[in-house]
Design a protein around this ligand. Structure first.
Ligand SMILES: [Zn+2]
Length: 431
């Protein structure tokens, strides 16, 4: 420490700084130790015969497990504490040429912080008959997680259902329960930062807030979600605080809403759905991301990138990779759903390095509703009818994402290596 710095800090402060540094490194060490304590899955095996199937995972230690059935489409889920899967992500992608078997595919991955999930896709109705985690040899720490399933009838399938599975008979419009997925809507800009300005004096911050209010209303009307907004009024919120808000709310999905303007004139129009990527999909996406990120007058991103390397980084990468798959799945659904409701940009699905989409914990997308430089887009954004129709299309995509993953087109890519967010309903499974 230089004398000059010492002087500026005063006499007592060097101790405070040293103590803070020590506390920070202790916290990092504690976090690393906690990560190191997570079970690691190193091997997987599936044996099938006409009478049933046995799926085993070899783990570094025993875990508590629970298995349930989920309907529409029928599948089995196995919940376990957050596990590091050192297994090829496509291990559960089975060869269809091997004929119809009970298990079509299986997926595994992080469900929520602290929880992992294995999802078994079925070709016919089946129930879990044995789920256990036992030492591989007596006295050893390494354990084998075994899930045995057999064909069963509808009554048995229902009896083994996940508590709170809304794909079953749960009435739509039922009152909110803690098990509901939390959706965080993020109306862009606000306060001193009006965002883009458009023809006729249109302001991004005002139009996107109006849109989010309508979308929130429609999502809440389904009775299936808990919906929160990063701002409810015309106020400035920096980008990191928006992400932190979603994180604190335990978001299952984050949807940021913007409307940009393009200097190149009024020809560019339509809605665009963005996901995060290290490399922008195209020059315009990069430009838009740089533009939106510039809204952050209080960047704290340097802090995150300077964190500890090692186990924590590997876990972070795994989590981020999984989350990006979910974001893409949602982006695809959203694009398809919006196609029927409004005009899309000529290239509607893009990606770039948006700060607000960087959380590894939950899938997130950013929607540029339209271009304020285009008079037709502005007219739409200002129309309550258009807002209602477009919000309805978005709510439909959210429903499909969470509750009807089977509705996806047959040829649409699925990720058998990963547990789909669509199965993220339970939380009764915590017990
Ligand atoms: Zn914006």
């Amino acid at each position: 420490m230089t004398g000059r710095a010492e002087k500026r800090m005063g006499r007592a402060e060097p101790f405070a700084v040293a103590a803070a540094l020590l506390a920070a490194s202790l916290a990092a060490a504690a976090a690393a130790a906690e990560d190191a304590a997570k079970p690691v899955a190193v091997g997987v095996n599936l044996v099938q015969d006409p009478g049933g199937a046995v799926l085993t995972f070899d783990l570094s230690r025993s875990v508590e497990v629970r298995a349930y059935t989920l309907a529409s489409p029928e599948r089995i889920v196995v919940d376990l504490p957050q596990t590091v899967f050192q297994i090829a992500p496509d291990a559960g992608r089975l060869d269809p040429a091997r004929g119809e078997r009970l298990v079509k595919a299986f997926r595994f991955g992080l469900l929520t912080p602290g929880k992992s999930r294995i999802v078994i896709d079925l070709s016919e109705r089946a129930c879990p008959v044995r789920v256990e985690s036992k030492p591989i040899v007596e006295g050893a720490e390494a354990s084998r997680l075994t899930t045995e399933i057999r064909p069963c009838d509808e009554t048995a399938f229902k009896a083994a259902a996940m508590p709170g599975d809304v794909s079953g008979a749960a009435p739509v419009g039922a009152s909110a329960s803690p098990a509901q997925p939390v959706i965080v809507l993020d109306p862009g800009h606000g306060g001193n930062d009006g965002g883009a300005r458009g023809v006729g004096g249109a302001m991004e911050k005002t139009l996107v807030l109006a849109f989010c209010v309508e979308l929130k209303r429609q999502l809440q009307a389904t009775g299936r979600y808990s919906v929160l907004m990063t701002r409810e009024a015309d106020q400035y919120v920096d980008l990191d605080s928006r992400v932190d808000f979603a994180r604190d709310a335990n978001a299952a999905l984050f949807v940021s809403i913007h409307a940009d303007s393009f200097n190149e004139g009024g020809a560019v129009s339509g809605s665009t759905i963005y996901t995060v990527a290290d490399r922008a999909s195209d020059a315009e996406a990069a430009w838009i991301a740089a533009h939106e990120n510039a809204a952050d007058r209080n960047p704290r991103n340097a802090k995150a990138s300077g964190s500890e390397p090692g186990v924590a980084d590997i876990l972070f990468d795994l989590e981020r990779r999984e989350t990006r798959v979910y974001s893409h799945l949602f982006s695809r659904r959203l694009t398809e759903s919006l196609r029927g409701a409004t005009r899309l940009n000529h290239n509607p699905e893009r990606s770039a390095g948006f700060v607000v989409l960087k959380a590894p914990e939950f899938p997130s997308v950013l929607v540029e509703l339209g271009y304020l430089s285009n008079p037709r887009d502005v007219a739409q954004l200002e129309s309550p009818d258009w807002r209602a129709k477009t919000a309805a299309a978005m709510a439909k995509a959210v429903d499909a994402f969470f509750f009807n993953p089977g509705a996806e087109a047959e040829d649409a890519p699925r990720e058998p290596g990963l547990a789909l967010d669509a199965d993220r309903t339970p939380s009764a499974a915590d017990r």
